[in-house]
Ligand binder design. Structure first.
Ligand code: GZL
Length: 321
């Protein structure tokens, strides 16, 4: 008799708390007013700031609560933030992983608590890809390839190139370099003579470019920068060394931020490959689907486009970041 009463109480409780047969992995019956933890890498570039703004404003627009953490580009801070979000039992996590490796333990912790993890803008390497719901990002290998192809088409197949790399171990830096080398590998006279990380920041990009200019035995013809902020820093270094950026030394970079378009209009940057940071709407579509137990594609690719000085003036007014 007691068991029966207990069963009736349990059933009444479930119905009162809104759980229905439709309940999903988090036991939520809908995807309204969610609480989401967002672990952002930092604020190292204007691209990053645009991405943060896109995610913050989309959370507000959809009336979700966003717990935001800025990791100052340190993985240990991201892992701490994720564990805190899990302890607070958030409905979902959005993660922009600073580097590719070292995520399995914390992602297993999230999975144990049925908290979906949506990766934005950079990928992770894990043995079991069920540890995250989806990766929403551009194709970095393609971006590097497009940069190399622009050089071949517009500068030629003979040039000394110096490379400003992004954050070591990040999928953005690894894959942009991979794509770039794939594009130029058939042309032995297209040579990368020096390559060093500028950490995706303008200040470090300037510093490394100054060192390249001082130490380079060979003439530098082209700079390939993994992001616009480092290219803008390199432009400053080139000018301070008495050369004309965009003319004496040409520059090709990635991101497509407003500063890059301004530099192209001024003739100081030659080309930028767009890497769209406005991921807020796609990210929250994925969050809401995941929390409702609906299927989400494992990989959502954001398209890239190439812009150079020939179009910069016409499109600069329409740029959204
Ligand atoms: C790309 C992103 C990179 C940008 C940089 O998705 O991870 O990090 O290219 C940013 O500007 O710092």
């Amino acid at each position: 008799m007691n068991k029966f009463i207990l069963y009736v109480f349990a059933l009444v409780f479930l119905i009162m708390s809104g759980c229905s047969g439709e309940e999903n992995i988090k036991g939520k019956s809908n995807s309204n007013h969610l609480t989401i933890g967002f672990s952002q890498i930092g604020a190292e570039s204007s691209w990053r700031t645009a991405e943060t703004e896109s995610i913050r404003s989309e959370a507000k627009k959809r009336n979700h609560t966003l717990k935001f953490s800025d990791a100052q580009q340190k993985q240990e801070n991201q892992i701490k933030a994720l564990n805190a979000f899990i302890a607070q039992n958030v409905d979902a996590i959005i993660l922009a992983p600073v580097v590719e490796t070292g995520w399995e333990p914390v992602l297993r912790n999230a999975k144990k608590r049925n908290i979906p993890v949506i990766l934005v803008d950079r990928g992770v390497i894990v043995a079991d890809d069920s540890l995250y719901t989806t990766l929403i990002a551009t194709d970095f290998v393609n971006e590097g390839r497009l940069a190399g192809e622009w050089i071949i088409k517009n500068i030629g197949t003979q040039a000394n190139i110096v490379e400003l790399e992004g954050t070591p171990g990040s999928s953005a830096a690894i894959d942009r370099q991979k794509g770039f080398m794939q594009a130029i590998s058939s042309y032995p006279k297209l040579k990368v003579t020096q390559s060093q990380t500028g950490e995706f920041t303008r200040a470090k990009g300037k510093e490394v470019m100054e060192a390249f200019l001082k130490s380079s035995k060979d003439k530098i013809d082209v700079v390939f920068a993994h992001n616009d902020d480092m290219a803008l820093g390199a432009i400053q270094a080139i000018e301070e060394a008495g050369y004309k950026p965009g003319v004496d030394i040409k520059l090709v970079s990635v991101d497509g931020v407003l500063g890059a378009f301004q530099a192209m209009v001024a003739g100081k940057l030659n080309c930028t490959v767009e890497c769209n940071p406005l991921l807020g709407d796609v990210a929250f579509d994925a969050v809401e689907r995941a929390v409702s137990g609906k299927k989400v594609e494992k990989r959502i690719v954001i398209e890239d486009r190439v812009f150079d000085q020939s179009v910069a003036k016409d499109v600069i007014e329409s740029r959204k970041y």
